[in-house]
Design a protein around this ligand. Structure first.
Ligand code: PMT
Length: 406
């Protein structure tokens, strides 16, 4: 049986010559067993008649927000609520900009605003439009919110140019949709707790000790875990990016706050992933008032913070525990030492001195270890790709019922 069987898919079609390919997409999704509801923008109707989509989907096509056919529901909210997935194909630069800005001025944009379902966007436009910095920035904004893209192909474009901007082929979009639903089931029913970002250790009300963690690695893990169907709690220290949608976000400041937030939730979790950069030491004293400048030298006394991962390792029962290690040398030896001491099931080591790895970057280079030793080394990848890969590895091991004590 197809992964799409019985799924409700809202297909948003924007104005552009590629709208004709959306008809083939609609047909393939319907044939695979999905219930497809098409929303067309007014410009899309200039390229393809709504009747084409109505015939292929066997559902009325929605175009005008105010053309309410069923008095018992508000149509754009009803479609938004019913969707298991929303696909925008072809997605025009205009609609991408509207999603980025949160505008709702037609049936498609209001539905996109109202839905909590995952959104897949397949852009199609002229090569220069696709490379325009405004479009690029809007796509980055969408990606940061967890919206996924199906990249356009390169080739002859209808406008006469040759380059990137051609709507992905309907078969490729269907494959991406199948993958989406297959991935979604992998962590369904699992509770995953992820820590991210850097802790902040206060000296006085305006000064603190912290580190360069941006939260990107932990947030990418949270986003991927949500996509795979998990119930995700993200415990975040200082981070430079917005939290992915669909997570339960708990903001913390210091290592002591993080310890409390993690340990109080430990018994309910199935998986713990500790990507946060936790300060090993904190100022012995936290001054109530701003310190005044006086002598030429100021000595700060630091005291050791509790090791949260180690405490998890000591108290865990059934939880699958994944630690991270930020190293600059002797990676394997230090990683294996941390894995054993902190009783992790997996340990992900990054050489934070390597270009494209570690703190603040969009990419990472990691090696993974388990209790038997080296598992794999991943080449440089985007943090989102690293996160997806790691969560599949975790899901594989959960499937086998593995924890450190088995
Ligand atoms: O946030 P980004 O900018 O994307 O950067 C990502 C990252 C480099 C922060 C991330 O990939 C990473 O390596 N996180 C762990 C950083 C770290 O604190 O490593 P460590 O080797 O010092 O600690 C080992 C493990 O023990 C970590 O899982 C850490 O969360 C945990 N720990 C450490 C100290 C402490 N007091 N309590 C802990 O729980």
């Amino acid at each position: 049986m197809s992964a799409l069987n019985g799924k409700t898919i809202v297909l948003g079609v924007c104005g552009g010559i590629a709208a004709f390919k959306a008809a083939a997409l609609c047909s393939k999704l319907t044939q695979a067993g999905a219930k497809v509801h098409v929303i067309m923008t007014a410009s899309a109707t200039k390229f393809v008649a709504p009747l084409t989509f109505q015939t292929l989907s066997r559902h009325e096509v929605a175009i005008d927000t105010f053309d309410e056919k069923d008095a018992s529901v508000v149509q754009h909210i009803d479609l938004a609520d019913r969707a298991d997935l929303v696909i925008v194909a072809p997605a025009s630069a205009n609609t991408i900009a509207k999603i980025a800005l949160g505008l709702g001025d037609d049936m498609l944009s209001t539905t996109l605003l109202a839905t909590t379902a995952p959104i897949l966007v397949a852009p199609a436009m002229n090569v220069h439009m696709y490379a325009n910095p405004a479009v690029e920035q809007n796509m980055r904004t969408l990606a940061d919110r967890g919206i996924r893209f199906i990249e356009p192909g390169t080739g002859q474009l209808a406008c006469g140019y040759v380059g990137k901007g051609r709507l992905a082929e309907p078969e490729d979009i269907v494959r991406a949709v199948e993958l989406h639903f297959a991935e979604r089931g992998r962590l369904t029913g699992k509770r995953v707790l992820i820590t991210a970002g850097g802790t902040v250790e206060r000296i006085d009300p305006v000064r603190y000790l912290t580190n360069d963690s941006s939260g990107k690695m932990g947030y990418a893990l949270a986003e991927a875990a949500v996509r795979m169907g998990a119930e995700v709690t993200l415990i975040s220290g200082k981070a430079a990016i917005p939290a992915p949608s669909g997570v339960k976000l708990v903001r913390v400041d210091s290592a002591l706050d993080m310890l409390e937030a993690v340990m109080s939730r430990l018994p309910d979790q199935d998986v713990i992933i500790k990507a946060a950069a936790v300060a090993d030491y904190r100022p012995a004293e936290r001054h109530e008032h701003k310190l005044k400048k006086s002598d030429d030298e100021l000595t700060l006394t630091l005291i050791k913070n509790p090791d949260i991962l180690q405490q998890i390792g000591e108290l865990k029962t059934h939880q699958f525990v994944v630690g991270f290690a930020a190293e600059t040398r002797n990676i394997e030896a230090f990683a294996m030492d941390k894995l054993r001491r902190k009783r992790c099931d997996l340990l992900v080591a990054n050489d934070v001195s390597a270009e494209g790895a570690g703190f603040g970057t969009d990419t990472n280079i990691v090696s993974v270890y388990d209790r038997s030793g080296f598992v794999e080394a991943l080449p440089m990848m985007g943090k989102r790709e690293v996160a997806t890969h790691l969560l599949h590895l975790i899901a594989d091991r959960l499937g086998k019922g593995e924890t450190a004590d088995t």
